[in-house]
Every structure is written in structure tokens, then in C-alpha cells.
Write a protein that binds this ligand. Structure first.
Ligand code: AMP
Length: 397
């Protein structure tokens, strides 16, 4: 991920500025229930407004599947944005055409409006050139502040950026900088934690990380697959037995790349996947036939913590155990808190992302302490896989 254009490169004064934000916020009964995504985009909007731009805020909301379905209207989002910004945000009942134009035409320099859901048109997700032209008709310059949709080449994330002078907004800039500091030019040693249920969903992530990082910590259900591949009897644990060969190949590739792979040396086992199930700590070679590993054990945590202390950067995706059910959250919480302490002390850059990971770090009470927590599930994973993201490619310098 080389250099990219920021809004410093754009001349926005008196211009119509199309901002692709991610305002796909949770709603209940027509009310926004969590404004995090709205709050995070305010800095970009304020700056563009202060520079005299005529700011057009756009986003998708839910999956209206190319139809004008009032269930997915952005109107309540415009109201919530108005509250967050302390000003009225005029709302256009369409995202293209005369209704959109009419509202945009009323904007003076520094004013902000919001358009209706981009996904009311099938052309959005299809990146249809005709729909791109309709969007391009509304604006002079383009700003993308939605890293979370950057892995999709949609009209508003890719096609339009090719038509207008384009740049990353401040939120996207922060995300790109954090990601680049973590894996492209990181302070070494770099550790990666890959946990979660299955390796089959994270093959590319594991492969790419093994070639880039110094230490690869494997946890969660997927650790069982690796242990099984190494001849460990994992009892009733979640395990993809059919992936044994793939897991072995990965371990060989990691070793060739000079990457140290760390697997659990002990585990917390139970007979059922349930909160507060009767459990015990066992050596990884002594997993009872009728039990399953639901968390890494204390010896593993001690080993991982000691290794982490030698590291300067950590990239984290996926929990070390079934963190949603007590007491199987212990290893995830302990390592997350260790990383948070080091981050606070200024000795570690910590970047994490992916749906479950955000929840796990929140649960550990360290979401705010990590250097950067990406809420962009799919885009974060594709970035971890080393893929070029279409929405990022179009804002490259
Ligand atoms: P993922 O979506 O792949 O990141 O997986 C996250 C899920 O993996 C969480 O819901 C965890 O409960 C689950 N998980 C983590 N460790 C284990 C384990 N040892 N056994 C079963 N499920 C696990």
C-alpha cells in the first residue's frame, strides 16, 4: 500500500464535494441505535465544510437490493448526522437525478447535505457506467471516507473515483496509515495473532502473514486443526480434519519464511460448549477423548506474553478461545490486556480488526487502548490477505 492522495491534494472551495462515507449504522424502528460511524466521519465533513466545499454526504444502508425500499431510507441518518454536527443537514430523497440536484443546488459554500441510499439503484453494486455518470453529474470532486467498503468495486467506491479528482478522507487516511505502519513498514519484530473458528476461512490471511511477520500466534478453534495436523489428539474439539495436509504445508512454508509459529501448549477443556461448563486445564498432549478445547491455557498465555514483550508491532484477527462464554475468554482477555499495556507504555504498535475481534477487544476493555482497531471486517481481512482493494487503488498518489 504505497502513498495515497489525501484531501490536502484537493481544491474544494466552492466545489461540490461527493463524500462516500460508511453510514451503514444499526437502526431500530427507524431510529439510529449506534452513532459511532456517524461520529467518526464528522472530522472529514467539518474540514471540507470549513474549506468552503459544498459537501454531499452519501452512503449505503442495509441491503435494499436495487429497490427504493423505505425500510432502508437514510433520512434518520441525516437527522443523526445533523445532531452530531450541530447543524441542519438537508436531505435529498434520491441519490441521483433531479431530486438530488435540487438539494445540491441550494448549497452554499461550506454547506452539507445528504443523499438517499446509494443501493436504491442496482447500478451501485454493479459499478454500472451509466449510474457512475449520473453520480458524476452531481459533483466536482470525490472523497472516500469508507475504508470498510473499499474491497468492493462499486459505483460510489470505485467507478466515480475514476471520473473526478479523488482522495481519501481523514478517516480512511487514518486507517490506511495504521495498516501500512503495521505490515508494510513495521517496527520489528512483528507478531500476528490469528484466531477464530476455522482455518478454511482464513487460509489466505495465514499464508500472507506467515510470509510477512516474525511470529505467528495461532489460537482458537483453528489451533486444533494445526495441532491435529501435528499428530495431537484433540478429542471432541472443533477441528477441520480434512485440512490437516494444508495446515502441515503452511507450517513448512512459515518455517521457510523464518516465521516462528506458536501453538497452544495447554488448553482449557470442557465436555460441552456452554457458559460455565465444568472445565479443567490440561497439557495439549492430554486432551481427554470426550472433551473439547475451548481456550488456551495459562502456560500458553505465559509463553505468548513473554514472546509479545520482545515484539514492537502486533496485528490481531480472531480470538484465542470461545471468548463469548465465560470462563473461556481468559486467554484472549489476558493477551489483549498485555498488548494494551505495552501500547500504553509506547513499546508496541497494536492493530486489530474483524468483527469478532472488535467484540473481543471490547470485552477485554482495551478497544480504546489499541493503537488502531479497524471496524472494517471484510476490507480489513482482504488487506491482511495482501490484496489490492479497488477503493484504495483509485486514491493512490
Ligand atoms: P471467526 O469468526 O473465525 O473469527 O471465529 C470466531 C469464533 O470462534 C468465536 O465465536 C469463538 O467462539 C469461536 N472459537 C474460538 N475458539 C474456539 C474453540 N476453541 N472452539 C470453538 N469455537 C471457538
Amino acid at each position: 500500500m504505497s502513498a495515497f492522495k489525501t484531501i490536502d491534494t484537493l481544491d474544494v472551495a466552492g466545489k461540490r464535494v461527493f463524500v462516500r462515507a460508511d453510514l451503514n449504522v444499526p437502526m431500530k424502528d427507524g431510529v439510529v441505535t449506534n452513532t459511532t460511524r456517524i461520529d467518526r466521519t464528522v472530522a472529514t465533513l467539518k474540514e471540507l465544510s470549513e474549506k468552503g466545499g459544498r459537501v454531499i454526504v452519501t452512503s449505503h444502508l442495509g441491503r435494499p437490493k436495487g429497490e427504493k425500499n423505505p425500510e432502508f431510507t437514510m433520512k434518520p441518518v441525516a437527522e443523526a448526522l445533523g445532531k452530531a454536527m450541530g447543524q441542519d443537514i438537508p436531505f435529498a430523497t434520491d441519490c441521483v437525478g433531479n431530486d438530488a440536484k435540487a438539494v445540491i443546488d441550494t448549497l452554499g459554500d461550506g454547506d452539507i447535505c445528504m443523499l438517499e441510499n446509494l443501493r436504491y439503484y442496482a447500478g451501485e453494486e454493479k459499478n454500472d457506467p451509466a449510474f457512475v455518470d449520473q453520480l458524476a453529474d452531481l459533483a466536482d470532486v470525490y472523497v472516500n471516507d469508507a475504508f470498510s467498503t473499499a474491497h468492493r468495486a462499486h459505483a460510489s467506491t470505485e467507478g466515480l473515483a475514476r471520473k473526478l479528482p479523488a482522495a481519501a478522507g481523514r478517516l480512511m487516511q487514518a486507517e490506511l496509515e495504521a495498516l501500512s505502519n503495521a505490515l508494510e513498514s513495521p517496527a520489528r519484530p512483528v507478531a500476528a495473532v490469528v484466531g477464530g473458528a476455522k482455518i478454511s476461512t482464513k487460509l489466505e490471511v495465514l499464508g500472507t502473514l506467515a510470509s510477512k511477520v516474525d511470529v505467528l500466534i495461532i489460537g482458537g478453534g483453528m489451533a486444533n486443526t494445526f495441532l491435529n495436523a501435528k499428530g495431537v489428539n484433540v478429542g471432541k474439539s472443533l477441528c477441520e480434519h480434512e485440512m490437516a495436509e494444508t495446515a502441515r504445508e503452511m507450517l513448512v512454508a512459515a518455517e521457510k519464511a523464518g516465521c516462528t509459529v506458536m501453538l497452544p501448549v495447554d488448553g482449557v477443556v470442557a465436555k460441552e460448549f456452554a457458559a460455565n461448563a465444568a472445565n479443567q486445564v490440561v497439557d495439549i498432549n492430554d486432551i481427554p477423548e470426550d472433551s473439547m478445547v475451548l481456550d488456551a491455557g495459562p502456560k500458553t498465555v505465559a509463553e505468548l506474553s513473554a514472546k509479545l514483550k520482545e515484539c514492537k508491532t502486533i496485528v490481531w484477527n480472531g480470538p484465542l478461545g470461545a471468548f463469548e462464554i465465560t470462563p473461556f475468554d481468559k486467554a484472549t482477555v489476558a493477551l489483549a490486556q498485555e498488548a494494551a499495556e505495552m501500547t500504553k507504555a509506547g513499546t508496541l504498535l497494536s492493530v486489530a480488526g474483524g468483527g469478532d475481534t472488535v467484540a473481543a477487544l471490547e470485552h477485554a476493555g482495551v478497544k480504546e487502548t489499541f493503537s488502531y482497531v479497524s471496524t472494517a471486517g471484510g476490507a480489513f481481512l482482504e488487506w491482511l490477505e495482501g490484496k489490492d482493494l479497488p477503493g484504495v487503488e483509485v486514491v493512490r498518489a
